[in-house]
Design a protein. Structure first.
Length: 171
């Protein structure tokens, strides 16, 4: 029942969803259950998904710019090609998530668990990965770790990797 109510409100639009999350604070104790939800290509800009259960969700190609995903459970979620620019993923669990080709420019990934995630071709320019867990992360020479989001030149793959900063694991 709670799951269907969550889905019905979400499908009514971002504004109604965010108002519902703010108005009914007691809902926060139940973590909106969006496990395995299919939101492929959805417009979710500025959505409040903090502490939501989005395990195995299909968020491929979704617009999640400026989304609040603090402490969200995104284990094994498909975020391939999603736009997470300026999203707040602080403390989020992205263990085993598929992020190939995602845009995470200026995203806050502080203390996020990205272990076993696929970051090939991800744009992390200007993102904050302080204390993020990066065990067994997959990335390649197209992954952009540049720290200057205003840069207009296109560095070589070797220069991109030179900017990579992987904090030590806290396990």
């Amino acid at each position: 029942m709670v799951r269907q109510q969550s889905l019905d409100i979400l499908l009514s639009g971002n504004g109604l969803w965010n108002t519902w999350r703010q108005t009914y604070a007691d809902v926060q104790a139940f973590e909106p259950d969006l496990h395995e939800v299919n939101l492929h290509g959805a417009f979710l800009r500025g959505i409040d998904f903090h502490e939501a259960d989005l395990t195995e969700a299909n968020l491929q190609q979704a617009d999640l710019q400026e989304a609040d995903l603090r402490n969200a459970d995104l284990r094994h979620a498909n975020l391939q090609g999603a736009d997470l620019s300026e999203a707040n993923l602080q403390g989020a669990c992205l263990h085993g998530a598929e992020l190939r080709g995602a845009i995470l420019c200026r995203a806050n990934l502080t203390e996020a668990d990205l272990s076993y995630a696929d970051l090939r071709g991800v744009d992390l320019a200007g993102g904050n990965m302080k204390k993020a867990k990066l065990d067994h992360v997959r990335f390649d020479q197209t992954t952009n770790f540049a720290h200057d989001p205003g840069a207009v030149d296109h560095p070589t793959p070797e220069e991109k990797l030179a900017h990579a900063s992987f904090p030590p694991s806290t396990t």
